[in-house]
Ligand binder design. Structure first.
Ligand code: IMP
Length: 431
């Protein structure tokens, strides 16, 4: 390290949780800096499965202190459910978690606003966790931050204003289900007491840690294709899922970041609506979904599956300034007789080798595929490149040559040890 950012290079669900878990073995601090309970980071340790929505995946290692930065939106119910679950499973969360006083909170009306919008004609397939409406209020300067719930008078005024502003939408739900000011205040009084011991000036903690040479790992949520600025807008999430978000979402300067690692599946998935140029044909998609267990960790929705998408990856490499890439789930491709790579999008006479901004243009594009032979053999026991079948090695070499980004590691299964480490300078591992 000392300051390493791990981001999703595709449309989320790349397997960031398991990579962060590995890298956390030597981390002093692990930081979440954007997104909210829409994320679902799955980590499997010794056969035990953890799905983390808000708390950094580094919590599973006993050494790291976990920080939730100002750029995250927090649903207190999900947060405390997650904390209680982790404590019940033996993790010392109270002594290892700090939450930014500047992080914005998801209130009950945000969930209603998200669901109402999704029920209408402008649905984008959100996780319905209130993410968009919480960030909307943040930008509109109507939001409620962690520091604000500790001040009940301020909270009363802010919530009352929000309930009045949002009444036209909130009144669409039955009277009994509408959020009431006094009920919200009573619930948040309890949350405020529970939040107090965790609240900190996360930016100050981080800067001090970096000054004293501590190892800091930044854990991105979602992926670059879902970034509010650089994703397939409007089919995106409402935060900067790309590496730049690590600075604004935690309170450190860009000069403090040493390295950015992107995580990418050996193929591609997407959940929710939005363009997907390299989508697989139905038979291949069914096989990838079944082998990769491609169902959303937060919503359980089946994920759409596609082939590795080079224009998306090249876009991602530049937006994030990737120093390396970890390819995950190579083993899912073990059963395929042939494997495709989408090397460009063709739109009439125009050939795109980066993700275009215009979705109407993208909708007219046809994927340009390169086809490679599969390896049809089990890769899960491989721990070095030499252990892989020749065609699997050639596939990885091709991805490396096409993207121009060095391969840092390749995962061949969900457990901690099922990984091929290629970049020995990555911080050491738990095995
Ligand atoms: P929202 O973040 O719930 O507003 O959803 C916006 C879009 O981002 C939808 O397409 C979601 O499916 C997608 N999304 C949000 N979080 C994740 C994630 O953690 N993994 C994959 N897709 C996500």
């Amino acid at each position: 390290m000392p300051a390493l950012v791990v981001i999703g290079a595709q449309w989320g669900d790349e397997g960031k949780g398991r990579v962060v878990d590995l890298l956390s073995a030597k981390a002093d601090l692990v930081v979440r800096y954007q997104g909210g309970a829409n994320a679902g980071h799955t980590v499997i340790v010794g056969g035990e499965k953890f799905i983390l929505h808000l708390i950094p995946s580094g919590v599973i290692h006993p050494n790291a202190t976990c920080l939730i930065g100002n750029g995250v939106v927090l649903d207190p119910k999900t947060l405390f459910d997650e904390i209680d679950d982790l404590i019940a499973r033996g993790l010392d969360v109270p002594n290892r978690l700090l939450i930014s006083e500047r992080a914005h909170l998801t209130l009950p009306y945000h969930l209603i606003m998200d669901k109402a919008r999704e029920a209408g004609t402008r649905s984008i397939g959100t996780t319905q966790r209130g993410i968009g409406p919480t960030y909307t209020d943040k930008i509109a300067r109507l939001g409620v931050r962690v520091a604000d719930v500790l001040d009940e008078e301020l909270l009363r005024g802010r919530v009352a204003q929000n309930l009045a502003d949002k009444a036209p939408v909130l009144n669409l739900v039955p009277e009994a289900d509408r959020p009431k000011l006094d009920e919200i205040l009573a619930t948040f009084r309890v949350y405020a007491e529970r939040l107090k011991p965790y609240v900190a000036d996360v930016s100050a903690v981080l800067n001090e840690a970096l000054r004293s040479g501590k190892n800091v790992l930044f854990e991105g949520a979602q992926g670059t294709g879902l970034d509010i600025d650089f994703g397939t807008y409007p089919y995106v999430t409402s935060s900067n899922a790309s590496a730049g978000g690590a600075c604004t979402g935690s309170g450190i300067g860009p000069t403090k970041i040493d390295r950015v690692i992107g995580i990418s599946k050996a193929y591609l998935t997407r959940v929710g609506l939005g363009p997907f140029p390299s989508k697989m044909e139905p038979e291949a998609e069914a096989l990838a979904r079944q082998r990769g267990n491609e169902y959303g960790a937060t919503t359980g929705r089946p994920r759409d599956c596609g082939w590795f998408d080079l224009p998306l990856m090249k876009h991602s490499a530049e937006i994030n300034g990737l120093d390396g890439v970890v390819i995950t789930k190579l083993d899912v491709l073990d059963a395929f007789a042939e494997i495709k790579v989408c090397v460009a999008y063709q739109c009439g006479d125009t050939r795109y080798d980066r993700l275009p901004a215009s979705l109407s243009q993208l909708a007219k594009c046809e994927p340009v595929f390169e086809t490679m032979p599969g390896w049809e053999a089990d890769t899960s026991a491989a721990r070095t490149l030499a252990d892989l079948p020749g065609n699997a090695r050639r596939y990885l070499e091709r991805l490396n040559a096409l993207t121009g980004v060095p391969l840092s590691a390749v995962s061949v299964g969900p457990s901690r040890e099922e990984i091929i480490l290629l970049d020995e300078t990555l911080p050491a591992y738990a095995f």
